[in-house]
Design a protein around this ligand. Structure first.
Ligand SMILES: Nc1ncnc2c1ncn2[C@@H]1O[C@H](COP(=O)(O)OP(=O)(O)OP(=O)(O)O)[C@@H](O)[C@H]1O
Length: 346
């Protein structure tokens, strides 16, 4: 399952502003790839081009044997059905409850009966841990829940390719970690090709199989996670170390003399930290834990606050998560078994 995306010599400009040029990469089928890059380097423009919302000036985007920028309108419409897209804010309709938001693509693009639509919507809401929130309006839920609702909507047409634009924007580190784990679990479950655009270094370090980086109108590199995480490329090292000094500047447009002066000064962009283990798909208990309210809340007559993750032992996974991830990582580094969330190892 999942479809490869092959990009060849892609170039995009708005007027006289070239956003990126000659970008070539292959996003492998069924894997998770992350595209990193400083603000304004055109990551969102890249995602929109991949799904046909923006037309590149030159180059090709091969989805199987279809070259997306050159498809006639009706074929583009059909090809777009292969994609699910999660935009930064979830792009939910404010006047519709979550159920209708998630049902929307099914009502627009399929002839399914309302009972079939209900089955699919509830399945996807279950996948992202939103069962029980069907009647809530977007204005009544947290940022994390909005993202998960947007994710459920992106999944309803069973996409072969899932594009995600800055899933971490506006989320605290714990919710970002939870969402990252959800991506890993979903990828294991549905096997689609995932491409995630992010600034978040921790996301880039822990979830993808492949990482690419856009900088100064070029794709600096794209390849297996370890290749980028151990790269000696100053741009990559500065970005991964979040250093002020280095080729990336505020304007992102330092001129050649400035760059030469900096390189003569031998600016230190830091040694790279050790490569963290990649997150593994969680077991069923973690997924169940994400499904608030859970049996425990029902048994205790407690309504969990929106966006909380309370499992059937009453543990709040917003608090438990960092401990669980740390135990997984420590175990992976030492070659042992990660602490089972149901056990007493952590
Ligand atoms: N429709 C458009 N018309 C003209 N310029 C645009 C359009 N869309 C984006 N741009 C410009 O393209 C550049 C890249 O924008 P983009 O949003 O893709 O960057 P980004 O890397 O995703 O940034 P960030 O990480 O801050 O979200 C910006 O200078 C932006 O102003």
């Amino acid at each position: 399952m999942g479809v490869e995306i092959r990009v060849e010599g892609l170039t995009k400009a708005f007027g006289r502003q070239t956003i990126w040029q000659d970008v070539s990469l292959t996003v492998p089928a069924g894997e998770i790839s992350v595209l990193l890059g400083p603000s304004g380097t055109g990551k969102s423009v890249f995602l929109k081009s991949l799904v046909g919302l923006l037309k590149p000036d030159r180059g090709h985007i091969w989805i199987g044997d279809r070259d997306l920028p050159y498809l006639p309108e009706h074929q583009l419409y059909e090809t777009r059905k292969l994609f699910g897209v999660l935009f930064q804010d979830g792009a939910l309709f404010g006047s519709m409850n979550l159920y209708d938001n998630i049902a929307f693509p099914l009502r627009e693009h399929t002839k399914k009966s309302e009972s079939d639509i209900r089955r699919v919507v509830m399945e996807k809401m279950d996948m992202v841990g939103l069962l029980g929130s069907e009647n809530k309006l977007p204005g009544e839920i947290s940022g994390g829940m909005k993202k998960r609702a947007g994710l459920a909507r992106a999944l309803v047409l069973d996409p072969e390719i899932l594009l995600v634009d800055e899933p971490d924007s506006g989320l605290d580190p714990v919710r970002t970690a939870l969402l990252n784990q959800l991506f890993i679990d979903l990828n294991a479950q549905i096997n689609a090709t995932f491409l995630i655009v992010t600034h978040d270094i921790n996301t880039a370090r822990t979830i993808p199989d492949n990482i690419g980086m856009l900088y100064r109108r070029e794709l600096v590199m794209f390849g297996p996670r370890e290749m980028l995480l151990s790269s000696e490329e100053p741009v990559v090292r500065q970005f991964l170390n979040a250093r002020r000094a280095g080729p990336i500047g505020m304007s992102e447009e330092k001129d050649v003399s400035e760059l030469e002066a900096e390189s003569k000064m031998g600016l230190d962009v830091g040694t790279l930290p050790p490569i963290q283990p990649q997150l593994m798909p969680s077991d069923g208990r973690i997924r169940a834990a994400q499904h608030a309210p859970g049996a425990w809340c029902a048994a205790h007559g407690v309504t969990p606050p929106p966006g909380s993750f309370v499992d059937d032992l009453g543990r709040n996974w917003v608090e438990e998560w960092p401990r669980y991830v740390a135990s997984q990582q420590a175990a992976a580094m030492h070659g042992g078994q990660p602490g089972h969330p149901g056990g007493a190892q952590y």
